[in-house]
Ligand binder design. Structure first.
Ligand SMILES: [Zn+2]
Length: 111
């Protein structure tokens, strides 16, 4: 399935892109060379177009965890580096949990 163009994180909707131009622009603005950038002000997540699909999913979840910490305000309460560590610790297990348990995902997303 294609990368969703928009993802709701609580009350905010983030635009998501893996286009080179968008990611390059975010890297320049954020002064980073990361595989993913979550810009809370613009509500935009950009992913490196160089990433292979599996890595892209992990980076997307990583950036979504940053968005969750932002909307909950937890990111402001943590010491420098703690939020990043939490995102790194949780990104892989969360992707694996969701991928390895499609019935769980169906159960959780049933309306
Ligand atoms: Zn991060």
């Amino acid at each position: 399935m294609a990368l969703p163009a928009r993802i709701k994180v609580g009350p905010l909707t983030y635009r998501v892109s893996s286009k080179a131009a968008s990611h390059d622009r975010e890297q320049v603005e954020q002064k980073s060379e990361l595989d993913g950038v979550c810009d809370h002000t613009k509500q935009q997540i950009s992913l490196s177009p160089q990433l292979l699909p599996d890595a892209s999913r992990v980076v997307l979840v990583h950036e979504l965890l940053h968005a969750i910490f932002h909307i909950t305000g937890l990111g402001h309460d943590m010491e420098d580096g703690t939020e990043e560590k939490l995102c790194r610790v949780l990104e892989g297990p969360l992707v694996m949990l969701l991928r390895d348990n499609p019935r769980l995902v169906a159960h959780l997303t049933e309306r």
